[in-house]
Design a protein around this ligand. Sequence first.
Ligand SMILES: Cc1cc2nc3c(=O)[nH]c(=O)nc-3n(C[C@H](O)[C@H](O)[C@H](O)COP(=O)(O)OP(=O)(O)OC[C@H]3O[C@@H](n4cnc5c(N)ncnc54)[C@H](O)[C@@H]3O)c2cc1C
Ligand code: FES
Length: 482
Amino acid sequence: MTAPVWNDGARIARPSDSLPAADHVNAVVVGAGLTGLCTALRLAEAGRKVVVAEARSVGACASGASTGKVTVLQGNRLSLLAESFSIDVAQDYLRAHQHGVEEILRLCSARQVPFERANAFTYAGTPEGVNKVRNEFEVCRELGLPVSSHDSLDTAFPVHAAVELPDQVQLDPVALLDGLVAAVVAAGGRVVEGCRVTGLEESDDRVAVETTAGRLSADHVILATASPILDHVLTTTELVPHRSYLCAFDLAGSAPESSAPEDALPEGMFVSVDSPSRTLRKATVNAQRVLLVGGNGHRTGEAISTQELIGDLESWTVEHFPNARMTHAWSAQDHHPTGMVPLVTTFGSDEGRVHFAGGYSKWGITGAPAAARIISDRILGRPETVSFGTPSKLGAMKNAVKSQAKTPAMMVGNLVREGLKPTGETTVGGETVEVSLVCPHAGGICTWNDAESSWDCPLHGSRFDADGSVLEGPATTDLKRL
Ligand SMILES: Cc1cc2nc3c(=O)[nH]c(=O)nc-3n(C[C@H](O)[C@H](O)[C@H](O)COP(=O)(O)OP(=O)(O)OC[C@H]3O[C@@H](n4cnc5c(N)ncnc54)[C@H](O)[C@@H]3O)c2cc1C
Ligand code: FES
């Protein structure tokens, strides 16, 4: 595994900050991914004193590792929402993501973040996927999107049907994060890296925030942590962690003079509706055209060998693009809400001071700015004009049963059971390290992720380094070293 291809080459320096001397601010935003930074920006632009507390570094999790597709054609999501709930829910979801696209373009223009226009395609890679693609086309048309339908495409891989939506956007997600950090700082906010939030205490007039870099208090706290740290009910019942893989390929590779490998994939962003899914697009990185191929997603902690899943993506790509040479491979996760639309919630009552947004089902580049709008309007006392739709309780319940029914795999890799206490052993820097595999969040049993050398919890997606240090929440503490 490597870092995402976006991290190659020189990048602008990010301002690194510390917690403010004054211990009370209007808002503490926990997490500097897209949700956190978009929310912080809206609050700071409205004149609020805002601190973003990030446990690792800006974009360390999903936001800095995505494919960078900014589009409202999202596989067959719109038809899924229309079929599972109603066309009105699909319409609300679409409007929220259209708002997200507008916000991203506003930011790109204000902060000179480069982007390209590209057509988006949802395609069927097998005959079994054709009906899903046709349904997506019909629902997109009903919702007024200017889509066209194809029986095939001139691509190097099989396409049995496709929907095309013109004039969408693709970009480098790390350049977008850099632009957001600069905008937050310019609006008077602070972004503090290496600052993990470990505790919250809400009272009538404030929330006390405990972090690894010190304490502060705020009128409001926004958990932009992908999964809501410090809340067990929501994580357990409403969000399913889902990991998937991305690889970057040099298309020139060992191409013979006569072939034109860069033409093997027409310009565009492609997402299949089949399983295993495939997502493809070209990108410009350091002035070179590269091919991105992703897919092979699974519930976090459930793959037998994550290394094999990357090997499978590489084989699939080389089969269809014989000149492709893999240069990067990485992985990231997002959460799938059982209610099928992103979760934006205020804990306790409507007057509560702790908020959460996440669960974008891998469409958060446009979902996060929409969620940021909803939360910031709520905090600022403005009318809420954006909504992801209100799925019916029955439909959401049916989907919840389907998503949570799969029992997570409990044991793989080098897991040793000592009586009833599962432990794991790895070698870190030549030293043998033994950890308890009982997740400190709520007692799930972590499994070994061989591609990333991490311990991953199948219950709610917490991840830990080989030595047990927490990488991703909802856990806020390490695995116990033995
Ligand atoms: C492989 C992949 C490809 C994707 N491609 C696309 C795409 O092409 N288009 C699209 O629209 N979407 C895409 N997505 C989805 C998108 O990347 C995510 O929905 C979005 O980035 C989520 O942003 P976030 O800020 O909510 O979460 P994250 O980016 O996960 O950020 C959460 C942050 O919170 C921090 N944190 C956690 N716990 C604490 C704590 N206790 N204290 C302080 N900080 C904490 C973490 O370190 C992290 O930085 C993709 C997702 C994946 C996994
Ligand atoms: S993430 Fe909840 S138990 Fe591990």
